[in-house]
Design a protein around this ligand. Structure first.
Ligand code: G6P
Length: 604
């Protein structure tokens, strides 16, 4: 949550900072600000709302050094006073994270005469840096003194009086990258914000501090100065643009065939799943008694499907856990558990904490990650990178698909390694996966019926998704998508559970969307749907191939494409994404940046 940027060089810092913040806006968009400094001048511009608002603020003079922030409010409402940068005495900074002990520090600093102007934990941290910075010693002395007293998670970009033209960066649990550009040095919360200027970057490690000048960088650790390892990103800036689409979400929905293709092709060998290029071989499963999958939001939904697939294909006990629960209430017996962490960003705080817990327990941890070199990736025993490319819309689409394709292949792989699937069955299942990209492409070429359906849904105030088995997990994702971007109160239920309470909510015209790819459970779910129809519901069915006539199914039926279960499941997923997208669009919602949300959740 929150995005931070910094630049010191020879070009217009204001322009560079605002451009970087726009790219990072998916991390939070409650308020934004920049602080600019020169030898003789300092200017602060802060706005409530979107980064765009910074362009309206008049700034006199030319600056080539500064820091910027886009905020997802934690402590203190979204307002100009609470917006970053914060400035106390001789220190100006921006912050991503939470200072957990800020109240006790605030009391101490107030006792020493500091007057605070905001309700934020960040301003307290700023005052603490200022307390230890006396102007005569190097800022690193103050930085190390201050961070020894801070509890929580943080990444800071700081500027110190007396060191005009220089930036300082440090991190603890929250990410911070340093970019080496042609015109100067950059700091950013994430690689995408560096891409307009450079493909050369390094990640700050915990406890390290970087000092940036226009053409040089000095890296400090507790042991002294060191040379970092610079990486070269293969991502292009173009891949982070909308590319002619009205919304990132629509672009990313359309990129799914390619994302799946790129993700699965390096992991299929001779028609069978093969994860040896990720360092995962049969031996890793020796002594494994169960699988725990952890994730948050949509990643958790992928985990639910993945766990069921692992149980089915590998016949080993597998469960999915919401990471924020797993970290504090983990299963009693961790012995013999293989832990799989699923995360697009690789920075979700609860998922990262779960990974740390699992490693402390001695469990092998495999992470399924989209963002290279992210914190979770670096702390896992093995990494399976999804190759979905940058995902900007807050609501995940192509990363979900890429993660799901990995979990599907992984379950087959585990099944073959454990001797629970024959090669012939594994091959047949894999062939289905190989066809998914083209199945989805066909859906994307002609999704007119979904647009029609979305018109009838767009006026609803609530909607129910029902299904059984894997379809129920897909209902959770369908309902999450719809509610997060269209603000319709959408709920998912196991179809068989409706009669135990929820059915009392069905009124005339209430939309009930039934997912029915699980053939063995088709008739059962259909009966449940009929029960809602009898009580006035407006029914929608997503159907795989069936002998039933449309009249016997829903008021509105979507026939899914593909000849295998996995193709129907992916097609269904894409339909649900498109449905949410069109409904949100018809309701005039801010699709890529839904209210109150942020894409990368780096606080608990
Ligand atoms: C946020 C996003 C979701 C995402 C979840 C987990 O809630 O809006 O789309 O599924 O975080 O994020 P991660 O980066 O760990 O996949």
């Amino acid at each position: 949550m929150c995005g931070i940027v910094g630049y010191t060089g020879t070009e217009n810092a204001r322009k560079i900072l605002i451009e970087g913040l726009k790219i990072l806006e998916y991390r939070g968009y409650d308020s934004a600000g920049i602080g600019l400094v020169s030898e003789t001048d300092f200017q602060l511009a802060r706005v409530k709302g979107r980064v765009e608002g910074l362009n309206e603020i008049r700034i006199n003079g030319e600056f080539t050094c500064g820091i910027g922030h886009t905020r997802w409010a934690t402590h203190g409402e979204p307002s100009v006073e609470n917006a970053h940068p914060h400035r106390v005495g001789r220190v100006t900074l921006v912050h991503n994270g939470i200072i957990e002990n800020y109240q006790e520090l605030k009391k101490e600093l107030e006792g020493e005469g500091v007057v605070f102007n905001s309700q934020t934990d960040t301003e307290v941290a700023c005052a603490l840096f200022d307390k230890y910075y006396d102007g005569s010693t190097h800022p690193c002395v103050a930085i190390y003194k201050a961070i020894s007293r801070l509890k929580g998670s943080f990444a800071f970009a700081l500027m110190f009086k007396g060191y005009e033209g220089r930036l300082f960066g440090l991190r603890h649990k929250s990410p911070l990258l340093v970019g080496k550009g042609k015109t100067g040095m950059h700091l950013a919360s994430d690689l995408t914000a560096l891409l307009p200027y450079t493909d050369t970057y390094t990640l700050l490690e915990e406890g390290e501090v970087v000092e940036l000048r226009a053409s040089e960088s000095i890296f400090y650790s507790y042991d002294g100065i060191y040379d970092p390892v610079w990486h070269h990103s293969s991502l292009s800036y173009e891949s982070c643009k909308k590319g002619g689409y009205d919304h990132y979400m629509l672009k990313e929905i359309n990129e799914q065939p390619e994302a799946i293709e790129k993700t699965i092709s390096p992991r299929i060998n001779g028609g069978l799943p093969d994860f040896s290029s990720d360092g995962i071989t049969k031996e890793l499963f020796d002594g494994i008694k169960c699988v725990h999958i952890v994730g948050c939001g949509s990643a958790y939904n992928v985990g639910l499907i993945g766990a069921r697939l692992i149980e089915e294909h590998a016949k080993i006990s597998a469960s999915a856990f919401v990471a924020s629960e797993y970290r504090y209430s983990p299963p009693q017996n961790m012995q013999g558990a293989l832990v799989i962490a699923i995360s697009q960003s690789g920075e979700t705080a609860d998922t990262l904490a779960s990974v740390r817990y699992a490693r402390l327990c001695g469990c092998p941890v495999i992470s399924v990650i989209n963002a290279r070199e992210s914190s979770i990736a670096r702390e896992s025993s093995r990494i399976i990178y999804t190759h979905a490319g940058p995902e900007i819309a807050v609501a995940t689409t192509k990363c979900f698909s890429a993660q799901l394709s990995i979990m599907y292949l992984f379950s087959i792989f585990m099944g073959t390694c454990k001797g629970r699937l024959t090669d012939a069955t594994a091959r047949e299942l894999t062939e289905g996966m190989l066809r998914c990209s083209s199945t989805i492409s066909r859906r994307l070429k002609g999704a007119g019926e979904l647009l029609e359906l979305s018109k009838s849904l767009s006026g609803a105030s609530s909607a129910f998704f029902i299904g059984r088995g894997l379809d129920y997990f897909m209902c959770l994702e369908g309902a999450l998508k719809l509610k997060e971007i269209s603000y319709i109160n959408a709920q998912a239920y196991q179809a068989g559970e409706l009669k135990h309470g929820t059915i009392s909510l069905i009124e005339n015209g209430t939309p009930v969307i039934s997912l029915m790819t699980e053939k063995r459970l088709f008739d059962k779910t259909l009966s449940n749907l009929k029960e809602t129809k009898s009580r006035g519901a407006s029914t929608v069915c997503f159907l795989a191939k069936t002998e039933k006539s449309p009249q016997e199914c829903g008021d509105f039926n979507i026939f899914l494409k593909g000849n295998s279960f996995i193709e129907s499941l992916f097609d269904q997923l894409v339909c649900l994404q498109l449905l949410s997208y069109h409904v949100a669009r018809l309701r005039g919602c801010d699709i890529d940046k839904p209210r109150n949300l942020a894409k990368s959740v780096t606080v608990e």
